[in-house]
Design a protein around this ligand. Sequence first.
Ligand SMILES: [Zn+2]
Length: 388
Amino acid sequence: MKIKFPHLVEQRRITETLIRAFKSHRLPHAFLFLGQDGVGKEAAALDLARVILCSKANAESGAIDFELPCEQCPDCVQSANLKHPNLKILFPLPKPKAGKEDEETINYTAAQEKAFEELLAAKAKEYYTPLHLWGGQEILLEHIRSLRHEFSLTSFNSRWRVVIISQADRLRLEAANAFLKLLEEPPPSVVFLLTSSRESRVLPTIFSRCQILRFHPIPADRLKEQLQRRLSISSEPALISSRLANGSWWSARQWAEENAVAEMEKAVVLMRLLVSGEPGVLEVEIDKLSAASSSDQLTKLLTLLSSWLREVQRYDADPSHYADLAQYPSMKKFAAYCSGAHYDTAIAAVEEARLDLERNVLPALVLHRLFDNLQTILFNQGTSVLFR
Ligand SMILES: [Zn+2]
């Protein structure tokens, strides 16, 4: 049999491990997939789920010449839309309106239900779509309970079931304890696939009961090739997007779709203002920017800024390597001006600012503080007209 993981990008070591476990009937009850955002943890979980649920995987036909998932059986049709009855996907959701004490039902508004459905439909189309929902803080106890309830009703069933728990670090104490009971006495024929990009926040009790698989960042040259092959992105934007993505396929494809070249220029404009040192100009620009941008947009801008600084750092270390970025004369000037600067400290400052935005610190305050810091870190010898 040939097993396909068509949505998972790169991560060959992971694919091999999962296929080996599946073929030798040694899938553990629970896997915990760890690694930064956008490297394919959920894509791997969904691809594996579809293999497990395909009716050909369960048939005792003795045939050896077939593919999994077969994409033709009724199970495959259902799982393609992520609507298979034996596939449960749990992720952080907003707290529902309180129902009656003894009620098992979970009350969401029609608008919320619609938002969940749309998110899952987007996920079915693109497995890398993050399962982030406005107001979704944690994986709810109610959902773990209804899972347990369901498993207790169908106590023995030879059909496989798969439960994906996205962002398992958001299982807080009560829900985690309820879930642990499932993990300790797993129902037959159930595979739990947990994912987390915040390893240190996964409760140790959960961590210790799962088989751990670590997903590594994807090298930029592999990202570039995949952008060209899978999405027909042309060479230059593929190159820039892959470098901005910092090892994440999801981020690489987003940059590619958003015209990374033009986006990058926004970060460059700010750095140019910082260096020009004309009194008040940068301050006015920061005020305008923070008033006109959503916190999402600002977060993105900061991501760009740290990517750009990382690029300058690489260029500074080895200009010959960056001959292909000749379209960035500003980067050359910048690198020439602050050669040997503490780039790592500067990038850490940008990262700190990004966290401040997440913590809802006033955006204008965050940006003013950041650019003050960058001024000190990068140009403590004063300003210059070199970088114009
Ligand atoms: Zn099938």
